[in-house]
Each structure stands twice: as C-alpha cells, then as structure tokens.
Design a protein around this ligand. Structure first.
Ligand code: PHE
Length: 346
C-alpha cells in the first residue's frame, strides 16, 4: 500500500511536470488528486487497516499529499511566469525602431487668410453670409448701379454661362452681388461679410487669376458715416497686419459707392519706408466706399433714412504679401510643397 501511494506520488509529480499550460496542469491536478483519482481510493482504503498500519501508512499518505501539493504549486508558478513572459514578448515595444510620423495636413494659405480676416470681422460684430457663384445680370451689375450700357462693364464683362431658359447668367465678377442679396433678404441694420470665389475674363499672370477670392463687407444703418468705414478698416488692418499699421485712403471709382476709395496699408515689412515687397511703402489692399443711394433703393431700402459703407478685399493679394509669394499662380497650381510649408499655421 505504501508503494501504491509512492507510485501515485511519482505519477502525479511527472504529470504536473508534463503539463505544458495552466489548463493542462488543472487536468493533471484533477487526475491526480481529484475525488475519482487513485489517490482518493487509496486514502479511503486506509480505514480498513489495523490502527497500527493505518498510522504508518497514513503518515506516508500525508507526505505524498504534501509532496504533490508542493510540486503542483511549483509547476503552477513556472507556467504562470511562462505565460506572462509570452505576453510580454508578444507586446514587445522596440524602442530602437524609427518612429512612424503621422502625415500632418495644412490649411491652404488662402484658407488661412480668409479664416483670419473673417474672424477679425466677426469679432467686430459682422455676420458671415454667402451668395451664389453663378449670378444673374441684375444682381451682379444692374442692382449695383451698373446698367447694361455702363462703361464699367467693359473691364468686367465676364464669363457667361449658357443655361437654356436663363438669359444672362454669369460667374460673379465680385462678391458685391452679395450686398444686394443680403439687403433683399433682410431689413436693416446690416453688418455682414461675404467671403467667396469670383471670376473674371482674364489671362493668368503673376498678379492675375481668372478665378480668385474676395471678402465683401457691408454695413447699413441709420447714421453710418465715412468715419465708421475708416475706423472699421483701420481696426481690421491692425488686427491683420499689426498694431503699427496705418491706412491711407485715395479716391477711386466704383459705380456702387459714392464716394469711393482705394485703401492702402503701410507696409508691414518696411513700415512705410519702401522695400522689395511694397515698392513705395504702401500696399493697396482693397476698394471701399459709401453705399450708393441707388443701390439702397434698388434693394428696397430707404436711402433718405439709411446710409452704409461697403468694401471688397482680395484674399490672394493679402496672402501673397503676407507670405511673400512671388507669383499668384503658385496658389492654384496644386503643388503640395507650397501648402506643406503652412503646417501648423492657423
Ligand atoms: N467690388 C470691388 C472690386 O471687386 C471692390 C469694392 C467692394 C469696392 C465694395 C467698393 C465697395 O474691385
């Protein structure tokens, strides 16, 4: 009987040693020490021995159990450590490998300027509106005080769109048409900016594109004066180009404003001394003026009671000046190396 116990002990120990996983070890434990195991049968048989034999064999039985318990615990610890090592190996992080840099996109410089300018104007209380890029003759010209035979049309006559049943559709030549659409859609007071794409029949060269971008501004209320226009533009220019900038206004003609002006800003590079960017110290930035009474009336506004100012800013021009881009065509030729330089800007 003692030998039987020792035999079960040796079998158990070797079963535990053979178990390759924790699951297999569990099976080996059941097979060796479970209720149906040979060891249990032997244990029960102890009862039929004489008290003296029972004492002797019982001691062996206890030793065998203790040995098996210890062997089981050892093997379990071993297997647990192995499992953990395997997991660590699997998850191994090789810190000596070169990193994989994520591809970071960038805003196009035109988007950067547009967003920045729009933010300045919204902070001044202007609301953002948009208009269609395909316009009709009335919104693009007639309502803006440019009748069919007006000489201003010769420079602007633009890209007409042939749509059967829609005479005189064209790609808008300036965002000023949005002035008209805004006033027709709402009652005063009006404080809006309208960013967008405009089209002109023009051959592209370093300073011209047939498709470019503007931001139109319009303010209409009782008592709006030229001083409000000046103050607004000055605030814009300082926010956009720096606190030290000054603006200068010169007379200019646009049929939809009276008086009309051209607005220059002191060069942000040379501060007005004259340099390679500006030439004269001043950079012409935009057209502006007091909304012509006829335009107010064309939109159903009372020109006796209301006054307003409007301005139109070229986004390409601002981007070229700000970033010293020598040729406007670089902004649209699709070379990602241009845009990549603006990673992290805006
Ligand atoms: N629409 C004019 C242009 O494209 C700019 C402008 C807008 C001038 C508003 C006066 C008032 O040249």
């Amino acid at each position: 009987m003692i030998r039987s116990f020792e035999l079960e002990r040796d079998r158990g120990v070797s079963r535990f040693g053979d178990a390759a996983t924790l699951e297999e070890l569990e099976d080996a434990q059941v097979a060796t020490m479970g209720r149906k195991a040979q060891l249990s049968t032997l244990q029960k048989a102890l009862g039929s021995l004489s008290p003296e034999d029972r004492k002797r064999v019982g001691r062996v039985a206890n030793d065998v159990r203790a040995t098996l318990q210890a062997a089981l615990a050892d093997r379990r610890e071993q297997l647990e450590r192995q499992a953990e090592d395997a997991l660590l190996e699997e998850d191994r992080l090789d810190l000596s490998l070169p990193g994989r840099a994520p591809r970071v996109g960038a805003f196009h410089p035109l988007s950067i300027i547009e967003r920045e300018a729009v933010e300045v104007f919204t902070s001044l209380g202007f609301r953002v509106v948009e208009g269609p890029e395909v316009e009709d003759d009335w919104h693009n010209f007639q309502a803006l005080n440019i009748p069919p035979d007006h000489p201003a049309r010769t420079m602007k006559d633009s890209l007409y769109v042939d749509v059967p049943g829609h005479p005189e559709l064209l790609l808008r030549t300036e965002t000023s048409a949005v002035q008209v659409r805004t006033m027709l859609a709402q009652s005063p007071p009006v404080f809006v900016v309208a960013p967008g794409r405009v089209y002109r029949r023009e051959t592209s060269d370093p300073t011209h594109l047939p498709v470019f971008h503007q931001i139109e501004g319009l303010a209409v209320d009782e008592g709006i004066t030229f001083a409000d226009l000046k103050g607004t533009l000055e605030a814009f220019v300082k926010a956009m180009f720096g606190e030290r900038r000054r603006i200068r206004l010169g007379p200019a003609f646009f049929p939809f404003v009276e008086p009309g002006c051209e607005v220059g800003v002191s060069c942000f590079r040379c501060d007005g001394a004259g340099c390679r960017v500006c030439g004269t110290g001043w950079i012409e930035l935009l057209g502006a003026g007091m909304v012509h009474p006829s335009v107010l009336e064309n939109c159903g506004y009372d020109a006796e009671r209301l006054t307003g100012f409007a301005f139109g800013l070229g986004i390409e021009r601002v981007a070229m000046l700000r970033y010293e881009i020598p040729d406007m065509r670089m902004l649209v030729d699709g070379d990602v190396r241009l845009v990549q330089q603006f990673r992290g800007v805006a």
